[in-house]
Ligand binder design. Sequence first.
Ligand code: ZN
Length: 338
Amino acid sequence: MATVHTVTGPIEAEELGTTLVHEHLQARDEAVLAQWPHVNTVGLDPDPVDVPPDGAAATAAAAARAAIDRGVKTICDPSCMFLGRNVSLMRAVAVETGLQVVPCTGIYTYDHLPTFFVSREPDAIADLFVHDIEQGIQGTDVRAAFLKCAADEPGMTENVEKVHRAVARASLRTGVPIMAHSRPASETAPRQIEILEEEGVDLSRVQVAHTGDTDDLDQIERILDKGVYIGMDRFGLELFLPFERRIPTVLALLERGYAERMFLSADSCATIDWYPREVDEQLIAAGMVSDWTMTTVHDRVIPALREGGMSEAQLETMLVVNPRRWLTGETPAAPRPR
Ligand SMILES: [Zn+2]
């Protein structure tokens, strides 16, 4: 049986259990944190036992406990460079709550890269990712279990392509899978997949995140035809696609036989510093963000999918079997019979 690295050490793949494949315990700008630490609520705490009584770690622990109460055993946390990856915080929350947290490595950028990366080749960038996977993250012995890259509105810029190629090469060198943030409104996925394929990546180890931000079934099926997994992973982010359109999309894809290719998650962030508080409040007041939490899959999505005819076997496939297969590469799902 394969093992999977979590922030508290390796576990048997069978122990993953119910897994939300895309949830952030914290999302913040690490440059702001480093340069203006006075706006910090919790820093890179070297002592995993020392969880501050309030602040980001406590908020993340509360979110983790709420998810555990609903039967979640594991989350994959795709926070990497530029999302304020903080492996000490992840480990503190995991130790305190018992939630299994699977960390990653990679770079989350829509275009900008520091000169350090602009001046280096993809193989040199892959070396850093491989270090996180084989040695450990941020000076710890916590090993990354998947790779992250992103493409968004600017499309496949030179820098974004470089990150995709570096991620692909690190995946080939280590065997860990890839999560690629996509933007359906800009149809970024086909070129992202093409680059990974050019590099020789087995596409059954690739997850195209945020595919559920569209209900264009033709666009989604073109992606699925490549043999990748797709993330139906932003329930609560109404601004990208309302809940009422996300649910029928999942149901239609289940009907077409794609249970073995989908993940359910919310892309929630227990804390996020992207917007001033008043903007957060405006987004919520306007209904553009609604119950965007680590519990929304269990509280709202699963009941709505059951109501629409999803079977318990399909649910188990999406929440338990697919995360295990994607993380370990064990027996990829058979292609859908036509
Ligand atoms: Zn995310």
